[in-house]
Design a protein around this ligand. Structure first.
Ligand SMILES: Cc1cc2nc3c(=O)[nH]c(=O)nc-3n(C[C@H](O)[C@H](O)[C@H](O)COP(=O)(O)O)c2cc1C
Length: 246
């Protein structure tokens, strides 16, 4: 299983620890091949809001060069993991910045066909509060990227550092990590043919809206025509050699 983990911080703390626990607990039949990225390393500068990714091409983003390895890792991944500690009831600024840089591939713009075959996982820790709103940000992005199925792990660790987590909380992490790992393993080993309801629902809404409106965004419209999204659902389209378009 190709796994890409994108951390919302420079450091590997409690949140990264939880993500690692989940990967360790995957079914033994699964051999994980993990690539790890740190959001502030990939994108040290903020999205400048130039709209180039949305109306010209993602290659015209002023920060495109530094993101090529990450983008390839996402295309190659079976499981995409986004992690963030709760910072004032939401994701870290670095994670939000990374998500902004991927706005062009939301289903409202140019979703990649391969996304509809991938599993997504959001991993969030907080000292105590703000887990749900933070998880919502990560899950919303994974869904709007077109992920087939999205899982979540969230835990209040009552701590500011991984070394200070109490044995009670560590054992809660262990139990929860096993549960999430089991769900991911099942989804990977016995895959469903279609994405989950929310992904299909959002795609359907976007298709209805975009169909008669090339003027909303000509680049998006041409992309949807090229990929056949107005005629077929992306998860049902096969290209000639049997794989999907990245
Ligand atoms: C800037 C900042 C804001 C934070 N905001 C919250 C918060 O709103 N709620 C909370 O419970 N913990 C908050 N925390 C604590 C972290 O979410 C918590 O310690 C987390 O487990 C750290 O994860 P890490 O070790 O992966 O960085 C905040 C920490 C920082 C540095």
């Amino acid at each position: 299983m190709n796994i890409v983990i994108i951390h919302g911080t420079y450091h590997k703390g409690s949140t990264a620890y939880c993500a690692d626990q989940i990967i360790k607990q995957l079914d033994p039949k699964i051999i994980p091949n993990v690539q790890t990225f740190m959001a502030p390393v990939v994108y040290p500068s903020l999205c400048v809001g130039c709209f180039k990714c949305i109306v010209e091409s993602e290659e015209h983003c002023p920060h495109n060069k530094q993101s090529i390895a990450l983008k390839q890792a996402i295309v190659d991944a079976d499981l995409v993991v986004l992690t963030s500690p709760v910072y004032v009831f939401d994701v870290s600024g670095s994670m939000k910045n990374l998500l902004d840089h991927f706005g062009y591939q939301w289903m409202s713009h140019r979703p990649k066909q391969t996304m509809f075959t991938k599993l997504g996982l959001s991993v969030v820790t907080a000292a105590g509060a703000g887990l749900s709103s933070t998880e919502k940000t990560l899950k919303t992005n994974l869904r709007w990227w077109g992920m087939k199925k999205v899982f979540g792990f969230k835990q209040a660790v009552m701590s500011k550092s991984v070394n200070e987590i109490s044995p009670e909380v560590l054992s809660k992490i262990d139990v929860q990590a096993k549960k999430v790992a089991k769900k991911i393993s099942n989804a990977y080993l016995k895959p469903q043919s279609k994405p989950e309801f929310l992904t299909r629902f959002y795609f359907g809404i976007m298709r209805m809206g975009k169909k008669g409106h090339p003027e909303w965004n000509e680049l998006d419209h041409a992309y949807w025509i090229k990929h056949g999204y107005f005629n077929q659902k992306p998860w049902e389209i096969r290209v000639s050699h049997g794989t999907m378009n990245p």
